[in-house]
Design a protein around this ligand. Structure first.
Ligand SMILES: Nc1ncnc2c1ncn2[C@@H]1O[C@H](COP(=O)(O)OP(=O)(O)OP(=O)(O)O)[C@@H](O)[C@H]1O
Ligand SMILES: [Mg+2]
Length: 359
């Protein structure tokens, strides 16, 4: 399912707002404090039950109001989503008037947000990249969720045994850990190699239009599994038993995985500028969305706040043709509309809103 319209009541600075989203790109622009981030945040909350900025959902209720309500409509299926949060009340999520859990919501209306952390994909801790990867797999495959929970349950129990110094007990969890862990590893590896194919196609097209995109070509993007893949997970765990016992923790396994981006054998985090890292993050996230859409018949929304921050005019020009190749909804904001006129697109696939005029 996918949102085609969103209605807000008492959300951050908005009393009431209705927006029709494009089936491709939607731009919200306007001056500081006009409500751009708030609109993107409302879409994220409606599709995940969480904010991308704060763990305090109550701070999103308009000051002086009792509750916020976000309603989203899917014109293709006629589905209506309602997300409501009152002061001192838990969040209430309904699809077609029936209560749903956050897991059900996330699968029904998937969204990904490229926030200021993801921009610097390579500056972040491995945990951050693992989460992005796992979120994609969680949405795409219920099997993945089973293996994820199975793996982390066994890991927790194994670590508790290690804390007590009981290696025999810790080893009792190895078969389950290995069974689920090998599957996680396989699914993650597969996702990265499939997304990489789409990424390469996208970058090839961009490079034909603008030489600046060449730096995004011929990258090595691969999974670092968190254990010795050649030996296999079981052998890797066995080989690190002594270290684990000393550290009272399981030191190898898919919980230590990472995605590595390399260009000409150097790590991208060491050589790319911030603007280059930002554009790489956007291209990678868009590629993942295209893959999820094509392969699992999903319509994930990608949210990007402040497109042009950190990007110079040339880099922005290098990025704009990407909008032609987007296959799902891309909702982004910017202070100025300037480049809107440079977007060569029909009305259907690009809609822009001057946020100050929406109020
Ligand atoms: N709970 C709330 N109730 C009322 N107003 C709020 C609430 N939370 C935030 N605001 C206000 O909403 C306004 C819009 O904030 P928002 O972050 O969406 O702006 P923005 O357009 O993204 O600005 P910038 O360009 O600076 O990022 C701000 O003036 C902010 O103070
Ligand atoms: Mg903002």
């Amino acid at each position: 399912m996918a949102f085609s319209r969103i209605d807000l009541r008492n959300f951050r600075c908005f009393d009431s707002l209705s927006i029709d989203l494009s089936s491709k790109s939607t731009l919200f622009y306007g001056k500081n404090g006009c409500g751009k981030t708030s609109i993107l945040e409302s879409i994220y909350v409606a599709s995940s039950g969480r904010s991308f900025r704060t763990s305090n959902l109550e701070s999103l209720i308009k000051k002086g109001s009792e509750a916020f309500v976000i309603r989203a409509y899917d014109e293709n299926t006629g589905s209506i989503l309602e997300v409501k949060k009152g002061n001192n009340k838990p969040i209430n999520i309904k699809i077609n008037n029936s209560r749903v859990t956050i897991s059900e919501l996330v699968r029904a209306f998937p969204s990904f947000s490229i926030d200021s952390k993801t921009f610097f994909y390579n500056d972040n801790a491995p945990e951050y990249r693992r989460k992005q990867l796992d979120r994609g797999l969680f949405i795409a495959s219920p099997d993945y969720a089973k293996d994820w929970f199975g793996y982390f349950r066994s890991l927790k129990q194994r670590n508790s045994a290690l804390k007590l110094g009981d290696l025999a007990q810790a080893k009792a969890y190895d078969p389950l850990l290995v069974e689920h862990g090998e599957k996680l590893n396989h699914l993650r590896k597969n996702l990265i190699s499939e997304v990489k194919k789409i990424y390469d196609e996208l970058v090839d097209k961009l490079a034909q239009e603008n030489k600046r995109a060449d730096i995004f070509s011929n990258l090595k993007i691969k999974l670092k599994p968190g254990f010795n893949d050649k030996e296999g997970l079981l052998k890797s765990i066995e080989n690190s038993n002594n270290v684990d016992l000393k550290r009272k923790n399981t030191t190898v396994g898919p919980h230590k995985a990472d995605i590595i981006f390399e260009s000409k054998d150097s790590l991208i985090k060491d050589i790319f500028s911030r603007g280059e890292q930002k554009l790489l993050s956007i291209l990678w996230s868009l590629s993942q969305n295209i893959y999820l859409g094509r392969t699992f018949n999903l319509s994930p929304i990608l949210l990007l706040d402040d497109l042009s921050s950190e990007l110079d005019d040339e880099m922005l020009k290098c990025f704009l043709p990407t909008l032609k190749y987007i296959e799902n909804r891309f909702v982004f904001s910017n202070i100025v509309e300037l480049f809107g006129s440079k977007i060569d697109s029909d009305k259907q696939s690009f809609i822009k809103f001057h946020v100050e005029q929406l109020k």
